[in-house]
Design a protein around this ligand. Structure first.
Ligand SMILES: Cc1ncc(COP(=O)(O)O)c(C=O)c1O
Length: 477
């Protein structure tokens, strides 16, 4: 042990014990703790450490000091935003990713990781019924996948219009028409604002009561778009779980001389793995680029998203990895999978490994069962709430999420009551919904994405929601 590699054993063992104890506490743990930022700063901050400490003691102390500020978002009744848990095999695999500490953009820097990711990518394309041979890049999350997809879209559209972004930049380039669902997620707009397309001239397509893009409106808009045109739609709207109509969108794109469609599937793409739900994604294999998240509905630990591009050469050209310098020429010349061709990162951890472990541990049947369980539970919870006078479920529940308003008065009073019910539930800490908006209304958003959520969790949560509704209604009288 010349280099004292045995130093890892004790802190890793402590980490394992703390991790298991935290995870096993999740079903009972109060979801939102009460620590203030001052208390957390007091426990965690202070002067820069001048001397070192024993690694195991660092872990113990850190665990003690963060505890009061952790949100139990991996637990079975965390229903806010769009947050999933972590599957056992994937979490364990993720630890090994850190221990192996491989850098994966080049095959030569980790042949094993390259093949694991290649396999996970192929399984994913097959599972989701996408076009065979599509490129899959593993990203930090959907936002990075969106950048990657939209950069690929931008460069391809402009290339077709005779403009090479890689060499000419964007000054003087032809304009790209951007056509978006009026419900598109903020991360799509964030990416457009950062990749030189901008937000001023976006054309918004109106949506129906379930927040689904109106296909006839898209058709009319596209008929008037001359020149390169980017369309962004979504699979799984944040507030309704709705899926745009991909076959109809793909028809509009095919009818246009130079159009590209990107689908934000951060929340809903995985529904394509379920025989019961895949009808929601009819036509998805015709879409040019798609982003999704591993760390949402697929329950990977954080730092796991994917970009899928139907034409692998489009993303490979856009990522421009061929000129990385002499020291990487040999690496790039290898015929095997160089992940740098499918993503922005020039160095990164092996994010495909937890995905591979999930495929192995659940299999297609297990993955579909998890996805169906979440959707069935969302439908059950929404149906139970909708039976109660004064509770309105705003969307048809087709997937893992729905939006609710409380009260019967005018909009302002319903908004106040709804916010108060959600805040009360968050403070009680048994379940955790979040607030959101639905065509101008303040809402309670329920998102069921966790592998461990059971029918009992949902039924007891309904009781708590009804009690919170009754208490806040009484308080406002
Ligand atoms: C619909 C949708 N798209 C994209 C994103 C961005 O995903 P990420 O936070 O993983 O980058 C989110 C995040 O909640 C989302 O809900």
């Amino acid at each position: 042990m010349g280099h004292a590699f045995n130093q890892y054993q004790s802190p890793l063992q402590r980490s394992c014990e703390h991790a298991v104890s935290y995870i096993e506490s999740l079903p009972e743990r109060k979801i939102d703790q009460v620590a203030t930022s001052e208390q957390l700063r007091y426990a965690l901050g202070g002067p820069l450490p001048l001397e070192g400490s024993d690694p195991a003691a660092v872990i113990d102390e850190m665990v003690k000091n963060v505890d009061a500020g952790l949100i139990a978002s991996g637990g079975p009744r965390f229903f806010g935003y769009a947050i999933g848990g972590a599957l056992p095999a994937s979490l364990a695999a993720d630890w090994l990713v850190s221990a192996w500490d491989q850098n994966v953009p080049y095959y030569v820097s980790s042949p094993a990781m390259a093949v694991v990711e290649e396999t996970a990518a192929e399984w994913m394309v097959e599972l989701l019924g996408l076009t065979p041979g599509s490129a899959v890049g593993f990203t930090s999350g959907a936002q990075e996948a969106i950048y990657t997809g939209l950069i690929t879209a931008r460069n391809t559209l402009l290339q077709r219009a005779g403009w090479d972004v890689a060499t000419q930049g964007l000054y003087g380039a032809p304009r790209i028409n951007v056509v978006l669902s009026d419900q598109i997620h903020s991360t799509i707009k964030r990416a457009l604002s950062m990749i030189g397309i901008g937000l001023n001239d976006i054309i918004k397509v109106p949506t129906d009561d379930n927040l689904r893009m109106l296909p006839e409106a898209l058709r009319d808009i596209m008929a008037n778009c001359e020149g390169p045109t980017l369309v962004c739609a979504q699979a799984g709207c944040i507030d309704s779980g709705a899926f745009d109509l991909f076959d109809e969108i793909a028809d509009c794109v095919a009818a246009h001389p130079n159009a590209w469609c990107h689908v934000d599937g951060a929340i809903g793409l995985w529904a394509a793995a379920s025989d019961k739900q895949k009808h929601l994604l009819k036509g998805i294999e015709r879409i040019d680029s798609i982003d999704t998240d591993g760390h949402k509905w697929f329950n990977m630990p954080y730092d796991c998203g994917m970009v899928i591009v139907k034409d692998p050469s489009a993303i490979t050209i856009a990522m421009g990895g061929n000129n990385m310098g002499d020291y990487l020429n040999d690496a790039m010349a290898k015929p095997d999978r160089n992940a740098i061709n499918f993503g922005i990162a020039a160095s990164r951890r092996a994010r495909g490994v937890p995905v591979y472990a999930a495929f192995k541990s659940l299999g297609k049947a297990g993955i579909a069962a998890h996805l169906d369980n979440c959707t069935d539970l969302a439908k059950l919870m929404a149906a139970q709430l909708a039976e109660v006078e004064g509770i309105t479920v705003l969307n048809d529940v087709v997937s893992n999420r729905f939006s609710v308003q409380f009260g019967t008065g005018d909009t302002a009073s319903r908004d106040v009551l709804t916010e108060r019910v959600v805040h009360r539930l968050q403070q009680e800490g048994y379940l955790y919904p979040s607030t959101s908006g639905y065509k101008g209304l303040k809402t309670m958003l329920i998102s069921i994405l966790n592998y461990h959520t059971s029918q009992e969790d949902v039924l007891t949560s309904v009781e708590k929601i009804l009690a919170a509704f009754a208490a806040e209604k009484a308080a406002l009288v």
